[in-house]
Design a protein. Structure first.
Lengths: 231, 231
DNA sequence: ACGCTTGGACTGACTGGTCAGTTCAAGTAT
DNA sequence: ATACTTGAACTGACCAGTCAGTCCAAGCGT
């Protein structure tokens, strides 16, 4: 009895997602569990993105967060649980951004294609802010036989569903071709943004977000062929 | 001295890439180093795709390949080297397929967009045949601080360059818009195919390759908007 | 304005287990 | 002979998770 390191007392919804370069200026001297968890998220997301889950040790995470190893286990019941909470938290943020972009655009009288374009931008902004999280997500998503598979599935659905919904609406209202396959197209769009953005960050970080967005817009709107619309 | 298990004697270019569901009916009784290496590639690619590199043990690989652990070290100098050769070998196959699709289409008088479409198909066929390899490649590509980072970089360039070349040719000959950003568009196209295909395999494996190809073609050719070309 | 208690947050040495890589004597096919 | 394979034993490093104990702010009685 007595101890129980489950530590779920605070509920959910801490501000920092893990990747946020926010400076630590919480309730100063006071030790708060919440800020410790944030520091751990931040440290973990970076390290796991770099090295993968299995090659990242709990001690490394603790060290980078500036706490002792025991503290990790005081705040999370296991390495896996820390990781799962990280996933849930990060995708929650992304989903909120995407949803907002979609809703705002439609409310302002934009087309569905406009909405998709705005969502692409929102995705890019997110990846720009939390590259490590994105990296880690992509690296883990299609693995099988992993402890957190269920979490990943749920979390993926949460994000993809928003794109699918916009596509669906577009088809229903005749703005998009009835030929399109909603789930596959959604996956392709997400992939387009994900991979282009990761490549941007990894191999040509000097480019601006605008450049990347423009390139993807062109693809989305099918204006790749014919500069002067030849043929 | 004496031993040196570097084992690079055979050169390169073994037939099986790792993921091939080919049945093992080589020169029966004959024990050849080459077929052992193939079995090891096959076993390793599957396991690493499922679990990741670090969580896959050499003994697991040996066991699934049906050989002893010592044999792994007779054929490869280390776990990492086995993995690196796997990467080189797999991407070599993919690059050959892509190149062939592009060359053939252009030779037969197709447009560059046709060529891209054929390359998408070639990509899908490859992923269909070697899903595990693709999975593993995506999972590792954007990691940093890994031993085989250089190998990955080389190998990535090899594949992406082919797509970039076709885009470049298209722009030069006026078939594609001069507005397009070749490297970014190439990355986006690759991502589109990669992610759509992995999603297909992971979440809707009942769909046919044709379905997936059709969905991606639609996107490539910008025929997503307006079924009856409204507006 | 001060000793005493409480309990939440944190610590880090320690344990038990796992795994890459080594070594080698013996086996098998050509 | 030569090339390849086996299997088992061993080493040494590394690591997830544990636990007895420290630290300290806040409450409490005096």
């Amino acid at each position: 009895m007595s101890r129980r390191t489950t530590a779920n007392g605070t509920g959910g919804t801490q501000p920092a997602a893990g990747g946020a370069p926010e400076d630590e200026s919480g309730p100063k001297g006071r030790r708060s569990r919440i800020s410790t968890r944030q520091k751990l998220f931040h440290a973990a997301v970076t390290l796991i993105a770099e090295q993968g889950f299995s090659s990242t040790t709990v001690e490394e995470i603790a060290e980078r967060a500036g706490v002792a190893k025991g503290t990790v286990y005081y705040n999370f019941s296991s390495k896996t649980e820390l990781f799962e909470e990280l996933l849930r938290h990060g995708v929650g943020l992304l989903a909120a951004d995407l949803q907002q972009a979609a809703t705002e655009t439609v409310a302002a009288g934009g087309t569905r294609v406009d909405a998709l374009d705005r969502m692409i931008r929102a995705g890019l902004v997110f990846i720009d802010r939390y590259p490590a999280f994105t990296q880690l997500y992509v690296a883990e998503l299609w693995r099988t036989n992993r402890a957190w598979n269920d979490t990943l599935l749920v979390v993926r659905k949460q994000a993809v569903a928003i794109v699918e919904e916009v596509l669906q609406d577009g088809v229903r209202e005749g703005e998009l071709s009835e030929e399109i396959d909603v789930p596959l197209t959604a996956a392709a769009l997400v992939g387009m943004v994900l991979v282009a953005a990761l490549d941007w960050k990894a191999f040509q970080p000097e480019r601006s977000l605008e450049d990347v967005h423009a390139a993807l817009s062109l693809l989305l709107q099918g204006r790749v062929g014919g500069g002067a619309r030849l043929r």
